[in-house]
Structure formats: structure tokens, C-alpha cells
Ligand binder design. Structure first.
Ligand SMILES: Nc1ncnc2c1ncn2[C@@H]1O[C@H](COP(=O)(O)OP(=O)(O)OP(=O)(O)O)[C@@H](O)[C@H]1O
Ligand code: SF4
Ligand SMILES: [Mg+2]
Length: 289
């Protein structure tokens, strides 16, 4: 079942496109979106949340485009999980969660806190009185309050230390809510996403079953990301920091960094089917070892 679908979506700010012609289905089993800083992950998440209108292409919610969909139903069904820093520092935890609920449903607030592994008495505290991991759990509780079918998680654990990250991932893995998970960290998608998409400079360069992408990357960029992160916790050197990738202006956008580029790469490769549910945009997809 597909919950949300991007169909040939181009997204940008002002007149500048930053995500180019992306098609992507959010299906069961978790979908991962991987790429370094500036690759367009959050921009795509905003479009899936209906917060950014495509310059071209469509976002489909069931059999309707977001323009025509019942937005009340959509806003309940698709919930963002932002970084915990987005919690209002002046508001008590309980009120932050209750905001999303019918008036006065304090019993439900306690239930939600328990569901995310927190002591319900934390409802009376303010964000600064909680640890980073606790705050991230609160953000998840708030997203779960309205009973969504899909969570859109943008780097939900990247600000946390490794052991806390692992516990939050356990929590997410145990929820029966579908998810689109944005991350730098391949260990995270491996665990939580059956399917993954690798984004480079606003383009999907490789998609497919996560375990196959990791076991045998078909795009040199996927391989670079994989080889750079052997374990949970670290962002790859390629992805670390806020420096943005400079794509080649013509031809394959990855060619300035690609270790196996050939003259043919001056022509941009199309994203094509590679069998086994995979797609890859590389002239030398068979040669990546
Ligand atoms: N509000 C905005 N106005 C103008 N340009 C923006 C805005 N938000 C993002 N961009 C630009 O769009 C491109 C994609 O940014 P985006 O935030 O989607 O990347 P990202 O993959 O989420 O990166 P990160 O890993 O750093 O969060 C970048 O070039 C960025 O500078
Ligand atoms: S098309 Fe060429 S430059 Fe681009 S990733 Fe493949 S081999 Fe590298
Ligand atoms: Mg982002």
C-alpha cells in the first residue's frame, strides 16, 4: 500500500530548484531518505507534509493530489517528527502534547508519555528540565497524539549520543506507524527502513531494498556513504558538517567526486531499472565494487 507518492516532483525556493524530478513512493516497512547536507532531504519532507508546493509534479495522498485532498484528514494522518529543539521552551511537556489533542484529555497525555517510555509525571516539567533523549521522546509522543498513519522523521536522533540514539531507534522500531526517515546514518535506515533512496544534489541516484543497497551499492555515491559509516552514531565524513556538495553543472552531477568517472559521464545518466526493485543513475552501475 502506498500512503504518499511523489510523482516527478521538482521543488525549490523562489525560482531556484533544489530537488529535481523526484519520484518516490512511501510504502509499508519504512522508507529511508539518505544524503549529505544540502541534498534536499528536508525540502522533500516539507513537500510530503504539504508545506511546500512543487514547482512541477505532484504529491499524491491516496488517489488525490494534495491540492485536492481532504487536508484535515491529511494533517492528522501524516505527522512530522522534528528535532527536539523545536519544543517551546516555555511550555510544560504535558501542554505541548495536549495541544494536539481534544481539550483537556490529560489521561491521554499520560498514556502517550508511557508509550514512549517516559514517566507520566514528566508532564509537569519544561523542556530544559529533560535530557535530550527525553525531549526527543516527547516530540514523538506529540506526533503520535492524533493517531497518525505515517510519521515523517527528519534526523530524529542525530543530535543525541549513541546509546540514547539506539534507545530511540528501539522505540521507533516498535511503533506500528509507517515512516519516512531522513538521515545521514546508514545504520539507522538499515534497521528501520525496508526501502531506501539515496539523494545527491537534489536527485535520486539510487533506490531499492535497503539491505541490497548496503550489501552491494550500484552507485559510487551509495558506496562512499556506506564505506564511510561502519557503525551507528557517526555521520560519514562526506556528510558531516554543513558544507554542501557542489554538483557538476553538466553531465552526471557526481562526476567531480566520482572515482570511476569516464568521458561518457559528461552525459547525465538517467535513473533506470536495475532489477530486483532497484533503480540507479550511473553509466557504470555494474562496475561498482
Ligand atoms: N528556506 C530556504 N530558502 C532558500 N533555500 C533553502 C531553504 N531551505 C533549504 N534551502 C536550500 O535548498 C537546498 C536543500 O536544502 P535541504 O535543507 O532540503 O537539505 P538537507 O538534505 O535537508 O540538508 P541537511 O542534511 O543539512 O538538513 C540547499 O541548497 C539549501 O541551501
Ligand atoms: S555516471 Fe559516471 S560520474 Fe556519475 S556516478 Fe556513474 S561513473 Fe561516476
Ligand atoms: Mg535537513
Amino acid at each position: 500500500m502506498t500512503m504518499l507518492r511523489a510523482e516527478r516532483v521538482t521543488l525549490g525556493y523562489g525560482k531556484r530548484p533544489v530537488v529535481h524530478d523526484v519520484s518516490l513512493d512511501i510504502t509499508e516497512g519504512g522508507v529511508g531518505l539518505i544524503g549529505e547536507s544540502g541534498s534536499g532531504k528536508t525540502t522533500l519532507a516539507r513537500a510530503f507534509l504539504g508545506l511546500l508546493t512543487p514547482m512541477s509534479g505532484n504529491i499524491w495522498y491516496g488517489d488525490k493530489t494534495l491540492k485536492k485532498a481532504d487536508l484535515r484528514a491529511f494533517r492528522k494522518d501524516v505527522q512530522p517528527v522534528f528535532q527536539a529543539e523545536a519544543l517551546d521552551p516555555r511550555m510544560r511537556i504535558g501542554s505541548s502534547i495536549a495541544e494536539a489533542l481534544p481539550r483537556g484529555d490529560r489521561a491521554r497525555v499520560r498514556e502517550l508519555l508511557e508509550q514512549v517510555g517516559l514517566d507520566p509525571d514528566l508532564a509537569a516539567r519544561r523542556p530544559h528540565q529533560l535530557s535530550g533523549g527525553q525531549r526527543q521522546r516527547v516530540v514523538i509522543a506529540r506526533a503520535l497524539a492524533v493517531g497518525p498513519g505515517l510519521l515523517i522523521l527528519d534526523e530524529p536522533t542525530s543530535a543525541l549520543d549513541v546509546t540514547v540514539q539506539a534507545k530511540i531507534l528501539d522505540l521507533l522500531a516498535g511503533l506500528d506507524t509507517e515512516r519516512l526517515l531522513i538521515t545521514h546514518n546508514l545504520a539507522v535506515v538499515e534497521r528501520l527502513c525496508r526501502t531506501s533512496h539515496v539523494l545527491f544534489a537534489g536527485r535520486i541516484v539510487e533506490s531499492g531494498p535497503t539491505k541490497d543497497l548496503l550489501a552491494k551499492p550500484a552507485h559510487p555515491y551509495t558506496k562512499a556513504l556506506r564505506d564511510a559509516v561502519p557503525k551507528l552514531g557517526g555521520a560519514p565524513p562526506e556528510a558531516r558538517g554543513r558544507t554542501e556538495a557542489v554538483p557538476a553543472a553538466t553531465g552526471c552531477p557526481y562526476r567531480l567526486r566520482c572515482p570511476i568517472a569516464v568521458p561518457e559521464c559528461e552525459q547525465a545518466p538517467a535513473l533506470r531499472d536495475a532489477g530486483g526493485g532497484r533503480q540507479v543513475a550511473c553509466h557504470r552501475a555494474g562496475d561498482v565494487t
